[in-house]
Design a protein around this ligand. Structure first.
Ligand code: AVI
Length: 316
């Protein structure tokens, strides 16, 4: 039995507001559900960012040329399936090396092999590790640029987002850049529909965490006795996902009993939304300076280029 998973689950469910860490959504089935979410009409972030990236890549090429930068080494954090980097690599032809960091080594190997078929001349490295901490990467003398698409930064609480941005600045070093996808604050209905779609794919994604706990941690959740809930918390600027108990019930996990009252929830995920200026402020508290901003139509998604703030004197 995976003891870290067990300890995290027990600790989360012992809290007055029960919670589960969202990183446990992504077993093989959960990753499939997430891919299906990305295909949904209601889930605008995935396709909106993907449509913006060819233009971003083109303009980055011009931006770096202007700065007399001729070589970029691109580092993707939490690389997953590597879909988003393709339009960047297609346009930003000065990328000399690509490094993908992910916790799951297996997934990364398969995705890197697929990328190598499309870009046979590009040196591709896969680094397995916890990208939220500072990491020692083998960097060449080309200018480092981090890449963190998908508004995954929105799944961190603001304090953790700040730590991530600070640590990424250490990992990438002086004279580096960071390209980030950030989902923006917008109409509440549009936000809630994106996380509570009419085909119930997000509901299945949310409940899958209970199925995973049953399978891996000797538990007896009945996922049908929980209801998927996604609400926008206006005050905190975040979508919250919960699983709400449909009835009074008791669940056993590795010999420990947990009581659920009818209507009580398990908080499973936050997805923070930022006004571009708000995000810029957060990035600047971590030492980054905003260099470029790309906004999708109606400002529904933002892509930002940040610099580590010590870039002017060092063309590479
Ligand atoms: C991975 N992450 C950016 C997604 C999001 O939008 O917060 C996860 C997700 N949860 C429900 N739908 C998508």
């Amino acid at each position: 039995m995976n003891s870290e998973f067990l300890q995290d689950v027990l600790a989360g469910l012992r809290l007055p507001q029960k919670e589960l860490p969202p990183k446990y959504f992504y077993d093989a089935q959960g990753s499939k559900y997430f891919d299906q979410i990305c295909e949904l009409e209601e889930y605008y972030p995935y396709r909106t960012e993907l449509r913006l990236l060819p233009q971003v890549g083109k303009e980055l090429q011009a931006y770096f040329r202007e700065k007399s930068i001729t070589g970029i080494q691109l580092v993707e954090f939490g690389a997953g399936s590597l879909h988003k980097v393709k339009p960047i690599l297609q346009e930003l032809t000065m990328v000399k090396q690509f490094t993908a960091i992910d916790i799951s080594g297996e997934h990364l190997k398969a995705a890197s092999a697929e990328l190598a078929d499309i870009f046979p001349d590009l040196p591709i490295k896969a680094a397995q590790g916890d990208f939220t901490k500072p990491m020692q990467l083998e960097l060449s003398d080309a200018t480092p640029m981090g890449f963190f698409p998908g508004s995954t930064i929105g799944n961190f609480d603001p304090d953790d987002a700040l730590d991530f941005l600070r640590n990424a600045r250490v990992t990438l070093g002086s004279g580096s850049y960071m390209l980030l996808g950030v989902d923006t604050k917008k109409d509440q209905q549009m936000l809630e529909d994106a996380y509570d779609d009419s085909s119930n794919v997000t509901a299945r994604f949310n409940k899958n965490i209970l199925t995973r706990i049953n399978r891996e941690l000797d538990a007896n959740f009945d996922p049908d006795q929980f209801e998927h809930v996604a609400v926008y918390n206006q005050q905190l600027g975040r979508i919250e996902m919960h699983l709400r108990s449909r009835t009074d019930q008791q669940v056993e996990i590795a010999g420990e009993s947990f009581q659920f009252e009818k209507g009580e929830t398990i908080h499973t995920e936050n997805s923070y939304k930022y006004h571009p200026a708000e995000f810029e402020q957060l990035a600047s508290s971590a030492g980054w300076t905003r260099e470029c901003l790309w906004l999708a139509p109606d400002d529904i998604f933002a892509v930002m280029l940040l610099s580590s703030g010590d870039n002017s004197a060092m063309p590479r």
